[in-house]
Design a protein around this ligand. Structure first.
Ligand SMILES: [Zn+2]
Length: 452
């Protein structure tokens, strides 16, 4: 059976970059997914000792995967298992399926949560990733001729390179500025006048702050679109609104991760959730308690399977990210499933406090809903020396010292109570006190005294 593995033909339709694949009926899409899934499972079993051992351990054979639902029979792979595999079989582990002569690029994960996990791209992988990243930018409304300011870090991090390839292939003028300092970003926004900005949402807010300090207002810049990834934010309503107002643009969210790919899902102009590239990925939302698939709309852990990746394919990669999924047709006409609200948090970011759990993104929503507060914040978790219980304090920045009083603080606390169902402590500090980052912002400071 000949499985066509290239991404898709590009038609450059006014609305869709690859109309045929993006608006394909669900039945045809699922037929294509199954064909590719079987191909992937077979080659993983035959060419990777890592996968073969995992299959053999439970007596599973590639022939047992006959439907998309059957994928649940395959044990999920965690990041830690990939790390362990790399350590026991250095340097890349035995999950590399393509032969060494076909390797073209190495892209490890950022290592923000431990030892980086290496992923490799073949020529075909580079081509597919480029095509699906073009789809992401096209979804946002970027078109040939746009001036794209790529504020993602270049080098090993996947997003910088893939966005660069995509912008160039699409026929745009790329400014490979990377995560340079904000002042330089502002210079390029003004001259030659970028029309599309790619960065993390935190960095976009920081650039906006610098622009405003120079007395420059949105009408003075040519920026039209912002593509924001690397962390949640663009889909948190107050954050999106702030970025859009301060930069005078449409802000869009997209999601990617090193182990899978730089732009696995992105919003369309409907801003109704992120559309997955389902011709390249099989998306599952799993209830971590039952290990069963969640119903449409239910929140669970995102588990992704590569359908076309050649070099380091992942079969059921357990992302730890939380999302929901719907296959209802979107207003944009695309049929690929969407996760409404984007990535809702990480399973390991969940904060348990006084018997309730919440995520940093919910704190962000509250903080950014107050105009009196600046954008940056921290969630500090400590242990009360006397009682041994956890104490959570949110640090936020006031724009004017006048609001550092109980009346205002109680308003914020009330908003916390409504959003989180618990009320953490609140400490206000002067604007600019908390460190701004260009990269993924680390906003939870866990200073708890660990038991034992
Ligand atoms: Zn859509």
């Amino acid at each position: 059976m000949e499985v066509i593995m290239t991404s898709s033909q590009s038609f450059e339709h006014p609305l869709y970059y690859a109309k045929e694949i993006e608006t394909m009926g669900r039945e045809s899409l699922e037929t294509l997914q199954l064909e590719r899934l079987k191909w992937q499972v077979k080659r993983c079993y035959e060419s990777s000792e890592f996968y073969k051992e995992r299959f053999d351990k439970i007596g599973l054979k590639p022939e047992d995967i006959n439907s998309l639902e059957d994928v649940i029979k395959i044990p999920p792979v965690s990041k830690q298992e990939l790390r362990d595999e790399q350590l026991s079989h250095p340097p890349f582990g035995r999950y590399v399926v393509a032969p060494g002569k076909d390797w073209r690029e190495l892209h490890p994960s950022t290592g923000t949560t431990g030892v980086p996990v290496n992923t490799i791209w073949t020529e075909k992988d580079v081509e597919n990733i480029t095509r699906w990243t073009i789809r992401t930018m096209w979804n946002f409304g970027a078109r040939p001729g746009d001036i794209i300011q790529n504020g993602f870090s270049y080098g090993l991090w996947v997003a910088g390179m893939s966005c660069h390839y995509a912008a160039k292939t699409m026929g745009c003028f790329v400014l490979p500025i990377g995560a340079s300092m904000a002042e330089r970003q502002v210079d390029y926004l003004l001259n030659p006048g970028s029309t599309v900005l790619l960065s993390t949402p935190s960095f976009a807010l920081y650039i906006a702050e610098r622009l405003s300090k120079r007395g420059i207002d949105p009408p003075d810049i040519s920026l039209r679109i912002g593509c924001f990834g690397g962390e949640a934010g663009a889909e948190i309503p107050p954050t999106r609104e702030k970025i859009e107002t301060r930069l005078g643009i449409d802000a869009y969210d997209y999601f990617g991760l090193a182990e899978i790919g730089p732009t696995c899902a992105s919003e369309c102009t409907e801003k109704a959730g992120i559309h997955w590239v389902e011709d390249h990925l099989l998306v599952e939302i799993i209830n971590p308690d039952t290990n069963r698939r969640c119903n449409p709309g239910e929140v669970g852990v995102l588990v992704l399977t590569h359908l076309t990746k050649e070099a380091t394919p992942m079969l059921r990669y357990w992302t730890n990210d939380l999302a929901r999924l719907t296959t209802e047709k979107c207003g944009c006409g695309r049929t690929h499933a969407r996760s409404e609200g984007g990535i809702l948090g990480r399973e390991d970011d969940m904060i348990i406090y006084k018997g309730t759990n919440f995520y940093p993104a919910q704190v962000e929503k509250v903080i950014r809903g107050f105009d009196e507060l600046d954008d940056e914040f921290r969630i500090r978790i400590t242990t009360d020396e006397k009682t041994g219980i956890d104490v959570i304090t949110v640090l936020a920045e006031y724009k004017s010292k006048e609001i550092d009083n109980d009346v205002f603080k109680n308003r914020v606390k009330q908003a916390f109570r409504e959003e989180l169902e618990v009320t953490p402590g609140l400490e206000l500090v002067e604007a600019g006190t908390l460190e701004r980052t260009m990269f993924k912002a680390k906003r939870v400071e866990d200073k708890r005294v660990k038991a034992g």
